[in-house]
Design a protein around this ligand. Structure first.
Ligand code: ADP
Ligand code: MG
Length: 694
């Protein structure tokens, strides 16, 4: 059995290790950097680097790497050894402060969206000391930001860190109005990661899974998730040993993995850590995903992190639980006294305002070819952003909007005057699963992100948008005190809620009526990535990013270009794999079966046996093959056209509106043939086998 306290964080250069290993002066300067964001001088860095190296070598490390998140979203690392050869043929180990703080990877192969010409490949990485260094596979990994030579952000972490600074600054201004002087305000995040585990044997038998991470074909299984027996069900033994190894590895990396359970769909699972600051939570989530993928094979399993690996059953999401912490206070915790409640209401209002104002940016931040297949389908939120508040809070907001008394379910009528704000209880009872952005007692849960996404983007946008509304509040209220401040704050809240109440929706987000109602309310409904991405380069978005120094226009445009390109490339691969599989795998197998069946029919007819079954099957197969062939040709035409287009929004639109429907048509044609083809001839494992393994 694992001794949790002993292994937890054992591979992390955390504050405990720092205290143990660093001279107290160095430790104190480093803490100032960690906690107060003060810059680190080279002398301190040298001492830290030496201590870090010794610690790492004791733990078996031979190399170090600057670990960063280029715009492709996945993490990158280039390993350098600590080796330093001497003239006499021996070697020592070395690792300097400079090597700790800054690196210069050859950046030419990372996507940069035109920010940096490839001949000018220099980019550099800079240590983010607020996320601890750790050892992974005998390599000391130093979390870093990645910038071009002239300081343009080429990664996901830099803007996230900038957005954390922006929301901190504005939140502090607001807190000051409440008489709270806080040292730090940090955005916090906990990511619930969903994933599928299937047998490695089935995985490697399917080209679509190996190359695209999802099944491009496959008739619905005879049994789906309708018996509701998988969620929270007993965990399979192979899965159990996988989970144990995963927990041990994550704990050693100081990742507080806490909850694991089976999810709704067969073969689907979830892992949730305890929340932490947003930048660290994002790093930890990326590491968790990497470990999941790598460890699965130790147990004969393959881990699927795709947002929609299987049609017709649930996809996988990654719920982004988000809040703001001021010291040990959670600012989204409704307070126990009127002033705390007022503060809570101010923050709540600013979040509602931010989500309404920048709904399209939030939607954009989770857009990908994979998530397009998940959103709006089977127990996933729609592509429309809305906020769920729950009964009690919803009723309170209604009362504020209508300027009338608040009828609390528990406490009866309450006047929403100045100093008598209600002391409303948290209600966790009504857990609306259908909302994309739900208040869950003391945090918001953003449920649109897909399982495969890097959560930096959506948190960066959330932080920045909320910073903007906090700023408006502070600008309007600064200079007011006491009762005047309270009255003005309530007034502000009412006005803002009135202007933004359209974003609040407590009903069933999966329903068709909501699609219609949302359209009436003027909410955006960008159904696919091609529709969602332009929001990133809308003047309003660029103005927001520039106002808070998160990204300048060229950085925003480069991100848009990279996202467009990635979307088109992914669909290009999917279309290619489909065409290849139909040509080389499906149609030959089905034809062989049809032909054998026809042969049987002939021979049986010679004996004057009844061949109606065989004839019907051959007829249906022949007809199905014809239909598949038509669909294949149509896809090939549309795909060829897409390939001939230069990278552009039009190309993404073409993929979304022409290529995707053609892919769906081809899939339907092949899936329809699955039921008529003998399982002995069917060339790949089917959903029944994959999803219900022992
Ligand atoms: P659920 O019922 O949705 O599973 P949990 O209480 O298990 O809710 O929390 C889900 C996630 O939310 C966990 O990762 C948890 O650490 C995280 N979480 C809890 N409080 C906060 C907070 N204040 N800020 C950010 N994340 C939080
Ligand atoms: Mg949850």
């Amino acid at each position: 059995m694992t001794d949790i306290p002993k292994i937890y964080g054992s591979m992390v250069f955390n504050e405990h290790t720092m205290r143990e290993r660093l001279p107290s002066g160095t430790y104190k300067s480093l803490l100032k950097t960690l906690h107060d964001g003060e810059p680190l001088n080279e002398e301190v860095a040298n001492v830290v680097a030496r201590a870090m190296k010794e610690w790492a070598i004791e733990k078996g490390a031979t190399h170090y790497t600057h670990w960063f998140q280029p715009l492709s979203g996945v993490t990158s690392e280039k390993h350098d050894s600590f080796l330093d050869p001497c003239e006499d043929g021996t070697a020592i180990t070395s690792f300097s402060g400079k090597e700790l703080i800054q690196g210069e990877p050859d950046a030419s192969s990372f996507p940069n969206g035109g920010l940096r010409a490839t001949f000018e490949a220099r980019g550099y990485t800079a240590w983010d000391p607020t996320s601890y260094a750790f050892i992974k596979d005998e390599v000391l990994c130093i979390p870093t930001a990645f910038c071009s030579y002239n300081g343009d952000a080429l990664d996901k972490k830099t803007p996230l860190l900038r957005s954390m600074a922006a929301i901190e600054e504005q939140a502090k201004r607001v807190l000051t109005l409440f008489g709270d002087v806080e040292q730090r305000v940090l955005s916090t995040m906990g990511a619930e990661q969903e994933f599928f585990l299937i047998s490695e044997r089935d995985y490697s038998a399917r080209e679509d899974l190996v190359l695209c991470g999802r099944t491009l074909f496959g008739a619905a299984p005879c049994k789906g998730q309708e018996l509701e027996e998988h969620d929270f069900g007993a965990i399979r033994p192979a899965v159990n040993t996988f989970m144990k190894e995963l927990d041990d590895e994550l704990w050693a990396l100081g990742i507080p993995a806490r909850t694991k359970h089976n999810e709704v769909a067969p073969a689907q699972h979830e892992l949730a850590p305890i929340y932490t600051t947003t930048n660290r939570a994002v790093d930890e989530n990326l590491l968790t995903m990497e470990k999941m993928r790598l460890l699965a094979s130790h147990h004969g399993l393959a881990c699927l992190l795709h947002e929609k690996p299987f049609e017709g059953i649930n996809g996988s999401g990654k719920h982004n639980n988000w809040s703001l912490a001021a010291g040990s206070k959670n600012l989204l915790d409704p307070g126990d006294n009127p002033m705390d409640n007022l503060r809570f209401l101010v923050f709540l209002t600013c979040i509602i305002e931010a989500v309404d104002e920048y709904q399209e940016l939030l939607r954009m931040s989770v857009a990908s070819a994979g998530n397009d297949r998940r959103l709006g389908a089977h127990e996933a939120p729609p592509a429309i952003v809305s906020i769920f508040l729950g009964d009690e809070l919803g009723a309170l907001v209604d009362a504020l909007v209508a300027d009338r008394e608040f009828e609390s379910a528990q406490k009866g009528a309450m006047d929403l005057g100045v100093a008598v704000l209600p002391n409303f209880p948290k209600d966790n009872t009504d857990r609306n699963r259908t909302s994309p952005f739900a208040f869950t007692g003391n945090k918001f849960e953003f449920r649109m992100p897909g399982s495969n996404v890097n959560l930096s983007d959506c948190n960066m946008i959330l932080n920045t948008a909320v910073a903007k509304s906090l700023k408006s509040f502070a600008d309007a209220l600064e200079g007011k005190e006491g009762e005047e401040f309270e009255a003005a704050a309530i007034d502000y809240i009412k006005k803002s809620l009135r202007a933004h109440q359209r974003i609040i929706f407590n009903g069933n987000g999966y329903s068709q009526e909501w699609q219609e109602e949302a359209a009436r309310r003027g909410l955006a409904n960008n159904v696919d990535t091609a529709e969602a991405l332009p929001a990133l380069v809308a003047p309003k978005a660029i103005a927001l990013f520039e106002e808070f120094g998160i990204l300048h226009e060229a950085e925003v445009r480069s991100r848009y270009d990279i996202k467009l390109e990635k979307y088109c490339k992914l669909l290009n691969i999917e279309a290619r794999v489909m065409e290849r599989m139909v040509h080389r795998t499906y149609l030959p197998a089905i034809t062989r079966f049809a032909s054998d069946m026809a042969g049987h029919a002939y021979r049986m007819a010679e004996l004057a046996a009844d061949t109606s079954f065989q004839r019907e099957v051959v007829d249906r197969l022949a007809d199905g093959i014809r239909r598949a062939n038509v669909a294949l040709k149509d896809l090939e035409d549309k795909h060829r056209h897409a390939e001939s287009m230069p990278a552009s929004q039009e190309k993404a639109d073409w993929y979304a509106k022409q290529v995707c429907p053609a892919m769906d048509e081809l899939r339907l044609a092949i899936d329809a043939l699955e039921a008529d083809t003998s399982r002995d001839y069917w060339p790949v494992p089917s959903y029944n086998n994959i999803l219900f393994y022992a």
